[in-house]
Ligand binder design. Structure first.
Ligand code: NAD
Length: 279
């Protein structure tokens, strides 16, 4: 099994740098997909209340025969639960659904700047953290100005900021802002949902290494120092993505991929996204 490096969060908790994301994995398939990932050697699963598949993640960890402590599981607060009391209640629901006594990392999924004050929501997460039921807490889709406001008004600095990053959206300034605050950067949609896999620069580098474009892209994220969790439901692709830990890109190759930046998002700009599901 390939050895995945770990990063250490700002509270001393280790996080495997490569994991499996389960966004858009149907609930009925999630247990089998995550069991396959765990068999292959994945030890980090990224889910969310919004994905509706926490139950399958928890069932897979239970069925795997692994100790709970061997698998790093992240979940995220849904957008309709920013009210502090709702956040606390829904966190209890997350633990029940996963069948866990704790999660490794719990994130505010989106800042929702027009909906309410994410600082109030963060204070609820600080309470969860101090209860020990989340080993670390963090945020997702926070711009630097959101982070600065949060940090000024809080005791606990987020351990991670999970944001969209790919070769077409390299996020240099936001990654630097995270780093300056001691916040680990996590890269979501690391393959731009597949859009970068036909890029001629990436395919040429892949050919030079006898690797696939997906492996080259995952490797680029790892060498930048970000946490990454490409999504796949297929065993062969999961194995391929995990194998990105077994080779290295040159600094010229890294620079050539970073130069592909075109500010292209697959998802919304967090400053303009205020979608709240019903319920
Ligand atoms: P991704 O960039 O990981 O792309 C996934 C798609 O790439 C798959 O559907 C598959 O078609 C393709 N793919 C994966 N491995 C491949 C391979 N080896 N060869 C060829 N094609 C391959 O996109 P994503 O699922 O949007 O993002 C990954 C994870 O990031 C999610 O599952 C989720 O955990 C997280 N995420 C978080 C947020 C957030 O707001 N925090 C938003 C989106 C995604």
């Amino acid at each position: 099994m390939p050895t995945v490096p770990t990063l250490t969060l700002n509270n001393g908790v280790d996080i495997p740098q490569l994991g499996l994301g389960v966004y858009q994995v149907p609930p009925e398939d999630t247990q089998q997909v995550v069991e396959t990932a765990l068999e292959l050697g994945y030890r980090h699963i990224d889910t969310a209340q919004m994905y509706g598949n926490e139950a399958g993640v928890g069932a897979a960890v239970a069925a795997s025969g692994l100790d709970r402590a061997e698998v790093f599981v992240t979940s995220k607060l849904n957008n309709n639960r920013h009210d502090p009391q709702a956040a606390l209640r829904s966190f209890d629901g997350t633990l029940d659904t996963l069948g866990f006594e704790y999660v490794d990392l719990f994130l505010i999924h989106w800042p929702l700047p027009a909906v309410g004050d994410f600082v109030d929501t963060w204070h609820a997460l600080e309470g969860i953290y101090s209860s020990g039921r989340a080993r670390a807490i963090g945020v997702s889709n926070f711009h630097a100005h959101h982070l600065h406001r949060l940090v000024e008004a809080s005791t606990v600095v987020p351990a991670a900021n999970q944001v969209e990053i790919s070769p077409y959206l390299t996020q240099g300034p936001l990654r630097a802002a995270n780093e300056a605050l001691g916040i680990v950067t996590e890269a979501w949609s690391p393959l731009a949902q597949g859009a970068v896999l036909d890029d001629p620069v990436i395919t040429a580098i892949a050919a030079a290494h006898g690797r696939t474009p997906a492996q080259v892209t995952v490797r680029w994220h790892l060498q930048r120092g970000d946490v990454v969790f490409p999504k796949s439901m297929h065993r062969a692709r999961m194995a391929e993505n995990l194998d990105a830990v077994t080779f290295a890109l040159t600094s010229d190759e890294m620079a050539a991929i970073t130069a592909l930046d075109r500010g292209q998002r697959t998802g919304p700009d967090p400053d303009e996204f205020n979608w709240v599901p019903k319920g």
